[in-house]
Design a protein around this ligand. Structure first.
Ligand code: ADP
Length: 493
């Protein structure tokens, strides 16, 4: 409720809290003052300002009076809408007292010392209002969400940052229980904290950063970093939470954790691969030697060639695993990607012919120079060609198209094989996912990690009955004008 103002207590706090809470917005609005008198009957009479206030927002003054027999003026207070006025003044205390005027002369009540007093008061009130509007503006416009609740868990403060974060407007959120934005079990936890604080005044979470899950208007939950503060104002407790959406931070944390886990797995894999490599080399070598031994019966020769075959697929698996966990960092330099495509194609030329696979190349225009590691991009292409080959056991067509698309260079490899099942589509880039009897499931995972290291990406498309298309994109930003022509990496063309 607006305070019943006593001028002798001007410097005490009631004046501030007298500014109606709901008016704490940055939008200008008139200052409204009610003056209540004893012994006269001036009900709800608005009066003009007895002084001029240039450049100030408007001030509305309303006079209220009560006849002596109706009781003291203070009894009028409950009838006044507390939110309707910034200040309610007790006319008896106004400086210099009040001239003895008839009710119809009410406006003249505010003259002489009373007017001077009022003018000083209005100026101070406006200064306070300005400060309050600045504070409210800062709070309202903060990008962090600021939500204040009272002891009953009802939201009484909700800024613009909170609107953005939760999707509820201020109007919708004010007056609601906090559970609107804080789902279980966090509502209960928070409720417990508030209850405990009210009972004991002991705060365990004040000033500390906490994490909890919050809920948006659309029902999705997201992680928040939150710090609490509590203010006791005139015996009432107000709990304010400063909230920050940490979805991206948590995702990054998860990635770091994943990287650490992978690094640990990587070390183990590299170690095991190292230990297995040499014995495999010996087994495979001996098997191949023994196959050539004279006098070996067919059964034994067949068994030996199975051993040699199994050993070489194990060697292949180990090489890919090592590559996946211990690939050296990309050595990027500016160059022409077309040369690398040709180099990889030449490698497959004979195999494609043998398998009855036609090669078609579509190049929209000459590709500009891009910055990339030619060995690694060669590796990606080789893997895509190998997969296309394996997807077309009965022959078919492979199309390699390249073009500039926006700020990227795009290279697609399309085959006319069986395409990808929905399950495969969802998993092909996951390490160790394979549908092949002797597959490692690492080829595409390696391709993806290479493309990511290049700031690019790789994705697959497989319209029903039309084979599969794998598209790799490299960013053009790093394109260099000084680049000379670059052909396939040494030793691979
Ligand atoms: P691998 O070839 O060892 O299985 P990859 O990571 O290269 O490992 O491929 C993973 C899986 O993706 C393959 O087992 C296959 O199911 C699917 N796949 C990849 N390329 C194609 C393609 N061109 N057509 C159909 N399926 C494919």
């Amino acid at each position: 409720m607006a305070p019943f103002y006593n001028p002798s207590a001007f410097d005490s706090s009631p004046l501030i809290s007298g500014l109606a809470a709901d008016r704490m917005t940055t939008a200008p609005h008139p200052i409204r003052i009610a003056i209540v008198f004893d012994g006269r009957e001036f009900n709800c009479q608005p009066v003009g300002l007895p002084f001029s206030l240039e450049g100030h927002p408007p001030v509305d003054i309303v006079l209220f009076g009560a006849q002596s027999e109706a009781g003291p003026a203070a009894s009028l207070l409950p009838e006044l809408h507390p939110e309707g006025f910034d200040l309610v003044l007790d006319g008896r205390f106004m400086a210099g007292g009040l001239p003895d005027l008839a009710p119809e002369q009410a406006p003249n009540l505010l003259s002489g010392p009373a007017a001077d007093f009022l003018q000083g008061l209005v100026c101070q009130l406006q200064e306070l209002r300005q400060k309050q509007e600045i504070n409210a503006g800062i709070i309202m416009s903060a990008t962090d969400g600021l939500v204040t609740i009272n002891e009953d868990h009802v939201i009484i403060g909700y800024n613009h940052g909170a609107e953005q974060m939760f999707g509820y407007t201020r109007r919708e959120a004010l007056g609601q229980d906090l559970k609107l934005i804080v789902p279980p079990p966090f509502t209960e936890l928070h409720g417990g904290f508030v209850k405990r604080y009210v009972a004991t005044r002991e705060a365990h979470v004040l000033g500390r950063q906490r994490r909890l899950n919050a809920r948006r208007r659309d029902g999705t939950e997201f992680p928040l970093s939150i710090s609490f503060s509590v203010a006791e104002i005139r015996g009432n407790l107000y709990f304010t939470a400063i909230m920050r959406d940490i979805t991206e931070y948590v995702a990054m944390e998860e990635r770091v954790l994943q990287t650490e886990r992978l690094a640990a797995v990587g070390n183990t894999v590299a170690h095991i691969a190292h230990e297995i490599k040499n014995p495999l080399l010996i087994i495979g070598g001996f098997a191949r030697q023994l196959i050539k031994s004279p006098g070996l019966d067919d059964g034994a020769r067949q068994k030996l060639s199975i051993i040699a075959e199994e050993v070489s697929s194990l060697e292949n698996l180990i090489a890919e695993m090592r590559d996946f966990v211990r690939r050296p960092p990309a050595q990027k330099r500016p160059g022409q990607i077309a040369g690398v495509i040709q180099g990889a194609l030449e490698l497959f030329q004979d195999t494609f012919k043998e398998h009855n696979i036609q090669v078609r190349q579509v190049e929209a225009a000459a590709l500009p120079s891009v910055t990339f590691d030619p060995r690694q991009v060669h590796q990606v292409l080789v893997n895509l060609f190998k997969n296309a080959l394996e997807a077309m056991p009965g022959g078919g067509e492979i199309t390699i198209s390249s073009q500039v698309k926006g700020d990227k260079v795009e290279i697609s490899v399309t085959d006319t094989g069986a395409g990808l099942s929905p399950e495969a589509s969802a998993n092909i880039f996951r390490p160790y996912f394979t549908t092949k009897e002797k597959g490692t499931g690492l080829g595409l995972a390696i391709c993806q990690s290479i493309m990511e290291e290049h700031g690019g990406c790789i994705f697959a498309d497989s319209p029903p009955g039309r084979g599969a298309t794998f598209t790799m994109q490299l960013p053009l930003e790093e394109a260099s004008q000084e680049a000379g022509p670059m052909s396939a990496p040494e030793g691979v063309s």
